[in-house]
Design a protein around this ligand. Structure first.
Ligand code: PEP
Length: 249
């Protein structure tokens, strides 16, 4: 049985004081044992977040990492560095990183391989841009993103992969995919995995939806058969909103 997952991507928000305040508020949230809740603070706050969430069911994940394990990559952070402070999960392929930092299907494939080599769980983001949906090539785009970055993995490696469908036109825009639009892509992705691997594997993969999820729309989206929770941006910065979203899962 797939667990529901609600992951908050804090992006470049929350300094030390704000991190402490938000985590203090999140710690009082009660949620089902069938749900996993994750938060992704900026690199500088990861160690603090790990310490503050110790003994709770809140999981801390990184927003990014480098494909190399060490070396002359000024300003970068490696998987072993993350492991050394207790981080075992990482978001890869977020559309902001694809758009502003030139991350490509090929570079993401390398990052995925490195993360898995270091026993990390990957929340892999994919999704089409607005012009791609308008041109009705969104299924092709999603297929390409998954095939190029993930379909070289063997079945066993998929146990450390969580997918997050994030249509770029819905991220931070206030425009959300309808529950039907989310379900349509999630079901398509599950079928794609089943045809490349097998149905039991496809059915075991959590596929999250991300893109302007708010307390008012979370339940309708999360109730879709193939939607296993959400990757939340803006609403994850407000404890009350994040709580309502978690409790909708
Ligand atoms: C995101 O950036 O992953 C995201 C889903 O953002 P928002 O919820 O703000 O659209």
């Amino acid at each position: 049985m797939r667990k529901k997952i609600v992951a908050g991507n804090w992006k470049m928000n929350n300094d030390q004081r704000e991190t402490a305040e938000l985590i203090a508020a999140l710690k009082s949230i009660r949620f089902s044992t069938k749900t996993r809740v994750m938060i992704a603070p900026a690199f500088t706050q990861l160690q603090q977040a790990v310490a503050l969430t110790e003994g709770t069911r809140l999981e801390v994940l990184a927003q990014n990492m480098n494909a190399a394990t060490n070396g002359a990559f000024t300003g970068e952070i490696s998987a072993p560095m993350l492991n050394s402070i207790g981080i075992q999960n990482v978001i890869l392929g977020h559309s902001e990183r694809r758009a502003y930092y030139n991350e490509t299907d090929d570079s993401l494939k390398s990052k995925v391989d490195t993360a898995l080599l270091h026993d990390m769980e990957v929340v892999f983001c994919f999704g089409e841009e607005l012009n791609e949906r308008k041109s009705a090539i969104h299924f092709d785009v999603v297929k390409r993103q998954l095939e190029k970055a993930l379909f070289h993995l063997d079945s066993g490696q998929w146990s450390n992969i969580i997918l997050a469908y994030e249509p770029v036109w819905a991220i931070g825009t206030g425009e959300t995919a309808t529950p039907d639009q989310a379900q349509e892509i999630h079901a398509y992705v599950r079928d794609l995995i089943a045809s490349k691997y097998e149905s039991s594997l496809a059915n075991s993969i959590s596929i999250l939806y991300g893109g302007s999820v708010k307390p008012a729309n979370a339940a309708a989206i999360f109730s879709q058969n193939d939607v296993d929770g959400g990757l939340i941006g803006g609403a994850a910065l407000q404890a009350e909103d994040f709580k309502a979203i978690i409790q909708s899962a």
